[in-house]
Design a protein around this ligand. Structure first.
Ligand code: ADP
Ligand code: F6P
Length: 349
């Protein structure tokens, strides 16, 4: 194998740049030219007017400078065309025309699906897990998760200080798509009193009862940590009728949100105020913590070595604290084990 390519795909994640840096360092070491593919799989579809918008020879000097930066230098995207076999043919012909013999795909399970299909079409691929969500069951670490938890933890600590000063309970929403791990870990790290996740069915009334118990015990600044996907597992609740009948403007058919949930809690618990904060993109756009960067460094090198040695169709991960690799197909089949014990521990107060 001579020339290889690298792309980042799906939501960006802290540590993606560190992985690209490591890939560039390793490729240079093994004498393999490296091409950066822009905006996920889009960069292979030849839709831009200039080739340079899609593909870029990566020089080690340039890439060394981006190692510690947040975001992804290569840009990222969700490329829906890639679900279509016709567009995947275009991608393969681009790779062949550019004489790119193998690809490192940094992304989550969707990106790995794409990599698996490219392997079936004869393009050797290695995946590096890059997603803040921690929703990949086969690995103990994904790039960006530790950073996202750190950002949420710092946000919740600050929020709890203000909440204590003003005797105001607070609702904090963390990211994670269908996975409650960021919210759960941040709730544990901050000693928050209530956590709500997509993995466990819940109701508005039940959370209000828990908050009321806290208030009755004198804890008037309790924190409710929500995972953004928690609305998926919420029992039906007529927010429109509840809020409008309690003096809060609300429109029929509007979805529940952290803000409307906080308004509901305020009214169900008789508090003067319950406020909400959505931590949002500060989680994805943060500087990677050392653990994420160090994993990126090791994973980037392993990915290049695997391609160099003719190994393909694998994803890299961490098992029992050690970096390892496993077939993409097995990784995608693995079932996530939610830490119900920790969830119960947070909520038992
Ligand atoms: P993540 O990789 O973080 O899970 P997405 O699920 O949004 O993020 O997937 C990222 C991209 O991977 C998609 O926009 C698409 O280009 C590609 N992809 C996702 N699922 C598939 C699939 N089943 N087949 C081919 N490509 C896919
Ligand atoms: O997968 C990463 C992630 O940040 C999820 O936590 C979130 O649900 C999703 O991406 C948001 O994506 P976007 O910024 O494209 O709406």
């Amino acid at each position: 194998m001579r020339k290889i390519g690298v792309l980042t795909s799906g939501g960006d994640a802290p540590g993606m740049n560190a992985a690209v840096m490591s890939i560039a360092r390793s490729a240079a070491k093994y004498g393999m030219p490296l091409v950066g593919i822009k905006r996920g799989y889009n960069g292979l579809l030849r839709k831009s007017t200039s080739l340079g918008d899609d593909l870029q020879e990566l020089q080690l000097d340039t890439v060394l400078d981006i190692a510690d930066q947040p975001g992804t230098y290569l840009r990222t995207a969700r490329c829906l065309e890639f679900l279509d076999p016709m567009w995947r043919e275009v991608a393969v012909s681009t790779l062949r025309a550019m004489e790119i013999d193998g690809l490192v795909v940094i992304g989550g399970d969707g990106s790995f699906q794409g990599a698996r299909l490219l392997c079936e079409m004869g393009i050797p691929c290695i995946g590096i897990p890059g997603t803040i969500d921690n929703d990949l069951a086969y690995t103990e670490m994904t790039l960006g998760y530790e950073t996202a938890v750190q950002v949420c933890t710092e946000a919740i600590r600050s929020i709890r200080a203000t909440s204590r000063s003003h005797d105001r309970p607070h609702v904090v929403e963390c990211m994670g798509r269908h996975c409650g791990d960021i919210a759960l870990k941040a709730a544990c790290a901050t000693g928050s009193e209530i956590v709500v996740v997509p993995e466990v069915p819940w109701s508005v009334e039940e959370v209000a009862a828990k908050l009321n118990r806290q208030i009755a015990k004198g804890n008037t600044r309790a924190t409710i940590v929500l995972a953004e996907g928690c609305w998926e597992s919420m029992a039906p609740f007529d927010m429109y009728h509840f809020l409008t009948s309690h003096g809060k403007e609300c429109f029929e058919g509007e979805p529940m949100s952290a803000n409307r949930f906080a308004s509901t809690m305020k009214r169900m618990c008789g508090m003067v105020e319950v406020r909400s904060t959505v931590v949002g993109y500060t989680q994805r756009g943060a500087l990677p913590v050392a653990k994420d960067s160090a994993f990126a460094f090791e994973a980037g090198n392993l990915a290049v070595r695997l391609l160099r040695d003719g190994v393909s169709n694998q994803v890299i991960g961490v098992k029992e604290g050690k970096v390892f690799y496993t077939p993409i197909e097995d990784a995608l089949k693995a079932k996530k084990n939610f830490r119900r014990d920790l969830y119960d521990l947070v909520n038992e107060m």
